[in-house]
Design a protein around this ligand. Structure first.
Ligand code: PA5
Length: 441
């Protein structure tokens, strides 16, 4: 069972030793119903379905406003600090890391665009102190992102950075170096932003954090990094339009992926491991983990989303995956072509015995590692779902983002949960606030 559309491919043939095609097709009605809940906006969490049509709804004027603001920030800055946590930074970081030079920080003057760095995604005192050390020595701007406008981690980081910016540049210039992305009318960040007169962007009410990468939440930082947000939207729109016209498990990749996941889950596969073969996708995996973890893990249900980066993790997690408890399945996210060309040189003495691969590109060797690993894992009892795109660029990342979002909505409904809320996240906050002595207003 395989599927391709404009470069994107999904192949579930390596799950068929574990679930038969009939067992997958048995989910047909369930996934169709789930997809209809999304399309007709009559399922649980229906008030948070704005993400479904973001790619086709966004207008040229909004893209222009985002690009213009990004350019203003770039002109002033060596560094752009994105302040946000969870859905308010992972999507942007996934795209930026996927398309950035792996040693961007060491490129020095050769860098074309300011470096995007992150704050408020943890409460580490050393992390934020180290950040200030760097900001003392560089010109910078801040994009502060919080839908609720009340999340503690980014609020604390922003207070520190605002204070630092005002001391470094004075209040007036500091204001020009801050852009806020938040709710249209409520939350502390909205109040602060209005009072200070920051340039701001709105996160639509009907789009939850982890589904917000195609709003200014993701688009502004991505544009600030010098990447092409029009292409990102074009890729996601292509996938949206395709998925919107297909309501059958055999023609709709989001429905097929959702069905296979649920079929495997029913067979005792409690953990899905998303595996990539390039470190550039590490944060894409983090974004995916949040998307699926927060959407599905509730009411005592859910497939646990884990991630590995091969081949490095074959030397750490490889043993477990090959041979540990057989309650996992693997989804490989493969990129067919690399952007650069590098071959293994020939060596006259061949003391390392590598001449048998001399002249081969690293990508080819990596591909053989991927094929060999998939075969070994399937033989070891790990079903394998294969997803690939021709290369890493904005267009294909847009396709992947929309595909995974849509499949997550369907899969969550099939599991019987509301994929658009996150009540469990409140538990730690309640305790933390009580321990910190926060007064209820
Ligand atoms: O997906 C979600 O809703 C969460 O992960 C939020 O994005 C995260 O908690 C940050 O929330 P906020 O943007 O309100 O600061």
């Amino acid at each position: 069972m395989e599927f391709s559309h404009n470069g994107f491919q999904l192949n579930v043939n390596d799950t068929l030793k574990f679930v038969s095609p009939e067992e997958i097709l048995a989910w047909k009605t369930e996934v169709q119903k789930a997809n209809e809940f999304l399309m007709n906006k009559n399922g649980k969490g229906r008030e948070f379905l704005g993400w479904m049509s973001l790619p086709s709804d966004i207008i040229k004027k909004s893209i222009k406003k985002i690009n213009n603001t990004a350019e203003l920030l770039r002109k002033k800055s060596d560094l752009i600090v994105v302040v946000g946590i969870g859905g308010s930074y992972l999507g942007a970081r996934a795209v930026i890391d996927a398309l950035s030079h792996s040693f961007e920080t060491l490129l020095g003057k050769k860098k074309k665009y300011p470096l995007v760095i992150y704050a408020g995604q943890n409460l580490g005192e050393d992390y934020h102190s180290n950040l200030l050390d760097v900001l003392n020595k560089n010109d910078y701007s801040v994009i502060v992102i919080s839908k609720s406008g009340t999340t503690t981690e980014p609020a604390v980081a922003f207070r520190i950075l605002k204070n630092h910016l005002e001391k470094k540049y004075g209040k007036k210039e500091a204001r020009k170096r801050i852009v806020a992305v938040t709710d249209e009318s409520k939350g502390a960040l909205k109040k602060l932003s209005d009072t200070e007169g920051y340039k701001s962007f709105v996160i639509p009410d009907d789009v939850g954090g982890r589904y917000s990468v195609l709003t200014p939440v993701g688009l502004l930082p991505v544009a600030a990094a010098g990447l092409d947000i029009k292409e990102l939207i074009r890729g996601s729109k292509d996938m949206q339009e395709f998925i919107d016209t297909e309501n059958s498990i055999v023609n709709n990749p989001a429905m097929l992926y959702a069905a296979v996941r649920n079929a495997l889950h029913r067979k005792g596969k409690a953990i899905e491991i998303l595996a990539s073969y390039t470190p550039n996708l590490n944060y894409f995996i983090e974004w995916w983990k949040q998307l699926y973890g927060e959407s599905e893990g509730k009411n005592g249900k859910g497939i646990f989303p884990a991630g590995v980066n091969f081949t490095t993790d074959l030397h750490s997690m490889g043993q477990w995956i090959q041979d540990g408890t057989r309650n996992i399945f693997e989804t490989v996210l493969w990129v067919e072509n690399s952007s650069n060309k590098l071959t293994v040189p020939s060596d006259e003495n061949n003391l390392d015995d590598l001449n048998y691969i001399a002249g081969k590109r690293l990508n080819e060797i990596n591909q053989k590692a991927m094929l060999g690993t998939a075969m070994a894992h399937v033989d070891g009892g790990v079903p394998n779902i294969f997803i690939s795109v021709p290369k890493l660029n904005e267009y294909y990342l847009g396709q992947l983002i929309y595909f995974f979002e849509r499949a997550c909505g369907i899969s969550g409904y099939v599991l019987g949960v509301n994929p658009f809320d996150q009540p469990g996240v409140e538990a730690y906050k309640k305790n933390m606030f009580a321990l910190l002595g926060k007064q209820e207003k």
